[in-house]
Design a protein around this ligand. Structure first.
Ligand code: ZN
Ligand code: ZN
Length: 405
């Protein structure tokens, strides 16, 4: 399954980056396969990349998605247990006097600091709370926090004010219950204790001398409770490999019990090693039942409103897809699609359906000869739900179970 993040658009003067892109390999896949359009979650529901990917893998996001925190935490390598409370974390910079909640956030990324491992270590060694916790470094200024205990609730507020020039927010319970009040107290205790350790850490003193912003606060957001999600093996009796440089998508792979495949030069962004990722995906087909290959950059170009950048990146992906066409499609089933539209005119995800192709020997090949929003409508798959995609593919390769006698 190749997922080009945010691949599709709304037309500008009848054109989209995908429809304008020169994509001979994707077009070949379209002409050999069965085509259609797909509502990733449901018509009119704008998917996140996390909820979108869950749906494409057959997991109902309304049932299993509890916020971004647990997915980021899994992506940062923390083994979650049901009941854990997880947050996304930024190292930020605060200034002012008094306790942490009197101070003003002057940068939400601490000058895009990267060397945070010593800070994480100092916190793990020195901070004691009334519950167990794990703080793990993410990419750049990012981290993930997990609180573990049986009296915790995710019905609490963020401490990240989300804008600079405002005070760090005190965590408050969103429900009048014992667990939510207890969790908010723990979080506020964590905020104060970590701030004191960070403020006095040698690495920050050094940054201060060099005129760099101190990473002296942890800003928490995206809280969610870890729930039990059946693994890919449990659900489909298949092994799963995920090739993605994006923490969020890696987190989904991890939560579903998949293996995360590392590729040299893979960045989860515009400067990634496309060729290396495609080669890794092909290699994985020998070892894994299901391989998810994800490209993030077209979504980023969509958010930037960059029509040409998006078109050119899609062309770059297409050039590297050539070896895919040499696969044995009597054995391999190929799916090519996106997780949602990110139209350059909207700069956000929209619910406009995405084009989808399924290629396998024996599919009902249709008239579609091009991978684009406009051609996909004419295909034999018609309009499907993302939740059904994996099942449809499993049926086509005779791996589906019969319902009834
Ligand atoms: Zn996405
Ligand atoms: Zn996006």
């Amino acid at each position: 399954m190749i997922i080009i993040d945010g691949v599709s658009d709304r037309p500008i003067d009848g054109k989209t980056p995908l429809s304008e892109a020169y994509t001979p390999n994707m077009d070949k896949i379209a002409s050999l396969g069965i085509n259609g359009i797909m509502d990733t979650i449901a018509p009119g529901i704008r998917p996140g990349s996390d909820t979108g990917h869950l749906a494409l893998l057959g997991y109902d996001p309304f049932k299993y998605y509890t916020g971004r925190g647990p997915i980021e935490a899994a992506g940062a390598g923390i083994e979650l247990q049901p009941g854990d409370i997880a947050f996304r974390v930024n190292f930020g910079t605060v200034e002012g006097n008094g306790n942490v909640f009197d101070k003003i956030v002057i940068d939400r990324r601490a000058g895009r600091i990267n060397e945070t491992q010593p800070l994480v270590n100092a916190i793990m060694q020195n901070v004691k709370l009334d519950v167990d916790f794990i703080l793990a470094k993410g990419s750049g200024h990012r981290a993930a926090l997990v609180l573990r205990g049986n009296k915790l609730s995710d019905k609490i507020t963020d401490t990240d004010p989300k804008v600079i020039g405002k005070k760090v927010k005190k965590c408050r319970p969103l429900e009048d219950d014992e667990k939510a009040r207890f969790t908010a107290e723990i979080v506020n205790d964590f905020m104060e204790k970590t701030h004191r350790i960070l403020e006095n850490h040698p690495l920050n003193k050094e940054r201060g001398k060099k005129g760099l912003l101190k990473a002296n606060v942890l800003l928490l957001r995206g809280v969610g409770k870890a729930v039990h999600i059946p693994t890919f093996r449990e659900k489909y009796d298949m092994s799963l490999a995920v090739i993605s440089g994006t923490t969020l998508i890696r987190g989904i792979g991890k939560i579903l019990g998949g293996d995360l495949i590392d590729v040299k030069g893979m960045t989860g962004s515009k400067n990634t090693n496309i060729k290396g990722k495609v080669e890794a995906a092909i290699r994985c087909l020998d070892k894994y039942d299901f391989v998810l290959l994800h490209f993030k950059a077209p979504d980023e170009f969509g958010h930037d409103g960059d029509f040409n950048g998006k078109k050119e990146f899609i062309e770059r992906i297409d050039r590297e897809l050539e070896p895919i066409l040499n696969l044995d499609f009597s054995r391999i089933c190929l799916i090519l699609t996106g997780d949602h539209s990110t139209p350059v005119m909207v700069k956000e995800h929209t619910a406009d359906p995405v084009p989808v192709i399924i290629l396998h020997e024996g599919v009902r090949v249709d008239e579609v000869k091009r991978f684009s929003e406009f051609e996909a409508y004419k295909g034999g798959l018609c309009r499907i739900h993302g939740m059904d995609l994996t099942n449809i593919a499993l049926d086509l390769i005779d791996r589906a179970k019969k319902f009834g006698a």
